[in-house]
Design a protein around this ligand. Structure first.
Ligand code: HEC
Ligand code: HEC
Length: 352
């Protein structure tokens, strides 16, 4: 497969023609560095963008409440005859696989990580089916080249979170740094072979359930603390069933993303016309935003995750070899634009 892209940075204009994502030309690196330098110089309000997008990071003030203690009870879920104790469900070197039939056979790094190298099982956070959760990422159905490139970017210090308080991104980076080329290829092929299917229900709402940030996502408050509150300028992405997601890590229990009324239409307008401040997303992500080679698919993915990535490009903390193409796209976007685009992309039903 061959693809050609034209990239304009503040420093230079160039055409990138490549047959593989591994082609990292020296000029591309220089362009990336120059773009980041310009961004940093102009980035005095960097922290305020992250603050405006606080909903996407869901950082717990103080510390998270302790996880429930394993009392030895065997837990079960509808649709599977497997049972696991809590410590098996959250075992870092081999978490519960509730539905072995819904995914291909896992390579060792996905099922178990590699303890000697400090790598946790990918399936712990991203689930065996790669659906992921708002505080990490949906990793199935991504082009293999793109997937591998991200792990190399993390390995080489080119991809970090714009919010340094987010605790799990440095963990992810440490795993990538310890992975061998073979493990990276195996993980990219495994998750790339699983179709991305509906996982997030986008609901426009004025009022939303009261939630609290816990472990990087919003959990619904119950009892006296519960009730409804105005959504404000936020997307509240929360498990449909708190117990299933938080305690049992059920990879079949999906998420609801409450978004402000009108956000999807505004995001669509920006994504499809550019609105005078950005480039139409379809130019690079494909007519249906299904991605290709080093360009990821965007349909139906976590809006919290997508918003964090747009912030990372804007603040220059995601600056791998292909990031300059996105730096152009986000340069003029506000926190509201990022929210609207994330709502729109999440609302698109997956196609493949
Ligand atoms: C501790 C939880 C955790 C584990 C375990 C984990 N990840 Fe991640 N992963 C994350 C987080 C957090 C992110 C980035 C989220 C962010 O910065 O917004 C991420 C992001 C990614 C991405 C980027 C996705 C994209 O669309 O660009 C890939 C690829 C990935 N992980 C692969 C893996 C692989 C392969 C493994 C197993 C070796 C693994 N992860 C293990 C938490 C985890
Ligand atoms: C000029 C080409 C180009 C255009 C136009 C473009 N993108 Fe991208 N996009 C890319 C490339 C290349 C990457 C991968 C960057 C990397 O590897 O760091 C990417 C990555 C992303 C990611 C990260 C996804 C993930 O899984 O982490 C998001 C989100 C994104 N783009 C959103 C958009 C949106 C929204 C638009 C339209 C407003 C858009 N892009 C327009 C080329 C483009």
């Amino acid at each position: 497969m061959r693809m050609t892209m034209t990239m304009t940075t503040t420093a230079t204009t160039m055409t990138i023609a490549t047959t593989t994502s591994a082609a990292l030309s020296r000029s591309l690196w220089l362009a990336a560095a120059a773009t980041v330098a310009v961004l940093c110089a102009a980035g005095a309000n960097a922290q305020s963008l992250v603050d405006e997008l606080a909903w996407a990071y869901a950082i717990t003030p103080g510390t998270d409440p302790a996880a429930p203690v394993d009392d030895g009870t065997q837990r079960s879920l509808p649709g599977t005859d497997k049972t696991f104790k809590l410590d098996q469900i959250r075992n870092r070197q081999g978490p519960a696989d509730w539905f072995p039939g819904d995914h291909p056979s896992m390579p060792p790094v996905v099922a178990n990580g590699r303890e000697a190298a400090g790598i946790w099982a990918c399936s712990l956070c991203h689930y065996p089916n790669g659906k992921g959760r708002p505080e990490n990422a949906g990793v199935s159905g991504l082009p293999k080249e793109y997937f591998a490139q991200q792990l190399y970017d993390m390995k080489h210090g080119l991809r970090m979170s714009a919010d340094t308080r987010k605790p799990n991104t440095p963990r992810m980076i440490a795993f990538a740094a310890a992975m061998t080329d073979e493990e990276i290829q195996q993980a990219a092929e495994y998750f790339g072979a699983i179709k991305w299917t509906p996982w997030i229900d986008v609901v426009e709402a004025k009022m939303v359930p009261k939630t609290a940030p816990r472990g990087g996502m919003h959990l619904r408050l119950e009892g006296a603390e519960g009730g409804m509150e105005p959504i404000g300028k936020r997307i509240i992405e929360t498990p449909r069933n708190t117990e299933y997601t938080e305690v049992l890590r059920n990879p079949h229990s999906d998420f609801i993303a409450y978004v402000p009324v009108g956000a999807v239409a505004k995001g669509k307008a920006l994504a499809t016309t550019g609105g005078g401040k950005t480039t139409q997303c379809t130019v690079c992500h494909g007519d249906n935003l299904n991605g290709l080679a080093v360009v990821p698919s965007l349909r139906g993915r976590s809006p919290s995750y997508i918003a964090r990535q747009l912030a990372d490009f804007k603040q220059g903390t995601r600056h791998g070899p292909w990031a300059p193409l996105m730096v152009q796209v986000v340069a003029k976007l506000s926190a509201d634009d990022i929210l609207n685009l994330s709502a729109y992309l999440a609302s698109l039903p997956p196609e493949h």
